[in-house]
Design a protein around this ligand. Sequence first.
Ligand SMILES: [Zn+2]
Ligand SMILES: [Zn+2]
Length: 439
Amino acid sequence: MTRGDNGGCVKGCLWGFLGFVLIALLSTVLACAGSTADSHSSSNAQQQTDTSISASDSGTEAESKQKDPVQTDATASSAAQAAKPSASDATKGQKLVVRFLDVGQGDAAIIEFPDGKTMVIDAGREGGSTVDSALAADKRSRIDWLVATHPDADHIGGLPTVIGANEIGSVWAPNCNHSTETYTRFLEAVAAKGLQIDEATAGKQIAAQNGYRIDILWPQAGASYDDSNGYSVVILVTYGQNTFLFTGDAPAEALEQCSVGYVDVLKASHHGSASGTNAAVAQKLTPKVAILSYGLDNSYGHPAQTVMDALSAVGATIYGTGAQGTITVTSDGTNVSVSTAHQGTVVAQSQDAGAGSSTLDGGGHGGSGASTNAQVAAPQAQPSSGATAGQDQTVYVAPTGKKYHAQGCRTLSRSKNVTSMTRSQAEAEGYTACQVCGG
Ligand SMILES: [Zn+2]
Ligand SMILES: [Zn+2]
């Protein structure tokens, strides 16, 4: 049969064929209900913890979507999308998916853009195969942008494996040479692929297309820092209204200088060390979601209680790879939702893990307070209402909201007219606790 014959048949049978496709599609949707049919979230069953958070003003939209967003409608619609790919609306309604991989004590993140492009930021100390498996599970073998945030082994140790196993578009790294064997292996892997390193400096843009942007905010061009962490490449990914900040191990002082304000999702710097996040950084960024990438029972005391307190105080929901495994954050350009590989509570490993950690200028800050391994239970990501306070605590409501909020809740702070009342009064009037701040 020639191509022409095929074309004629397709036209002739179009309506009958469409009917068949509809039925096939329906059965696909039914068969996939309850599983992750979305091509973007195909890797393993990360549905145990699932939170959907809206970028809307009052927070009410977030709350209405909070209930079980994946298993029902979302799954059905994404299954339909997967079965009916359309080149013309490649980004419309599609998702940006970020995975913060569990690579033990280290960082590794995969960003899957709605147009099919892929970025990898770091690969842990020995996380190369973890990155490769996650990419393979999503049928991706090309990394358009690979970023080595800085030469420390817990970030670049796994990169040679990733570079060797995948097609690489470009490699970005700071101008920070290191004499370590790990760094040499990284350079050799880059060279072996015939690639060159693009120097990452603040102000450069890695990409701006199809509804998203990737901007470099740090390090500053030509600057030198006493500590390799100071060179950490800080990257802002913007998709629609949603923003993600990747910080490597950048010192808090660097983040204070970065030209960025509010972000939806923060990969907290330096594994939750106090050197990477302080109250000023938390208040500047006021993330909805904060990801701590660390290994359980690490010897550094990461994460620090002060970091968890600072992030909680600005309303962030805290997730940690050490406690919850790989964390997947999905954005449709307006809302972000989070799922974790398994359930767990992020627990601080020290009161203040700033001891011995770097600062931007290498001076003074480090020496205070030894790590105590206090094992202090951190605030729950989403505290239940009434857990810590009585019925007469003052809460706040927005004019259009159905939720009551604790003072300082970010979703509330975006509303113009806020009314205060006691919790019992709020509940009597039909308000329920905000799931972001706990009410
Ligand atoms: Zn480092
Ligand atoms: Zn590190």
